[in-house]
Design a protein around this ligand. Structure first.
Ligand code: P6P
Length: 299
């Protein structure tokens, strides 16, 4: 079954379905740029990170398509300093987008992806208000995984850019994979204790440098991804709106959990689009464990 028919059979809100279809249709163009727009751009994003030419290209493609469709009122992307308000919007929706997470890995041919959170209105709201979330993963296959609150469903892209159903109602299994971001020398005590416990239990390290690819693996095989608070960076590295909450919504809908180590990340209200956050995302067991370690450490 193709994505369009699947959305319809699931009774998805028509405007939301149109938005998901529009986003899916950008994948072919974004992927086409992988051969041409390589290397770094001569600019930095608001986080001071050098932008890859592909980051900017994917960002331009997505913003142009969303503006032309008028399907959303607010657009926030990791590559833009401010939230964009769309003139003549037909819907009140807001979207938060990481246009190409992990983009620096394209030069070494590793999987990267587009991450999207969909809100009923403005995006500076807790992730648990989201109408849905999706990510497109550009790997050996190009896949689209989405949730609108009724299960998590995965599709594969064909040569013509259409997507067909690969797996319905995906749930995160028990599994022993851990993806530990940050440098071990910078671990805070409670985090060090947590990582050492996982290693004691025989968890295997799988960390590619692409959040979306690493979380996708954990969604299918179980375990946990973390990019924690660390010495000198109590807010961690990853972005709340563009990475933590959209994939947190998907993993939570698949029976997992997402946390900043203290609380459910989907309950956190952003103060700015640039908010960073410590992230623990994966199986409920692992998330409960880190929250207990952090609580016992009194931090
Ligand atoms: P580090 C990619 O730049 C990213 O934002 C995430 O996709 C990834 O998990 C993380 O940063 C990798 O960070 O410090 O290991 O290079």
């Amino acid at each position: 079954m193709n994505l369009d028919n699947f959305l319809r059979t699931k009774g998805t809100d028509e405007d939301l379905a149109q938005l998901i279809m529009l986003l899916s249709k950008q994948a072919l163009d974004i992927k086409a740029g992988f051969l041409s727009a390589r290397g770094t751009a001569d600019t930095k994003n608001v986080y001071g990170e050098t932008q890859m030419a592909l980051d900017k290209r994917a960002d331009e493609i997505l913003i142009a398509a969303l503006k032309a469709s008028r399907l959303v009122n607010w657009i926030a992307t990791e590559e833009q300093p401010d939230i964009i308000e769309v003139e003549g919007a037909k819907n009140p929706f807001g979207v938060t987008i990481d246009p190409l997470d992990g983009s620096s890995l394209i030069d070494v041919n590793l999987a990267v992806g587009t991450i999207v959170g969909i809100y009923p209105g403005h995006v500076l709201e807790p992730g648990n208000t989201m109408l849905g979330a999706l990510y497109i993963l550009y790997g050996p296959l190009t896949t689209l995984t989405y949730t609108t609150g009724s299960g998590v469903h995965e599709f594969v892209m064909h040569e013509d850019g259409t997507f067909t159903l690969m797996q319905e109602n995906l749930t995160i299994p028990d599994g022993k994979i851990y993806a530990p971001g940050a440098l071990r020398k910078d671990y805070l005590p409670y985090h060090k204790q947590f990582i050492e416990q996982l290693e004691l239990e025989g968890y295997k390290l799988r960390f590619s440098g692409s959040f979306v690819a690493d979380v996708h693996q954990i969604l299918h095989k179980g375990g946990m991804f973390t990019y924690p608070a660390f010495a000198g960076k109590e807010s961690g590295k990853l972005r709340l709106l563009f990475e933590g909450t959209p994939l947190g919504k998907v993993v939570t809908e698949a029976g997992g959990a997402v946390s900043n180590g203290t609380v459910n990340l989907l309950e956190v209200k952003p103060t700015a689009v640039s908010n960073r956050t410590p992230i623990y995302i994966g199986g409920r067991k692992e998330i409960a464990l880190i929250e207990s370690y952090k609580k016992n450490a009194g931090t």
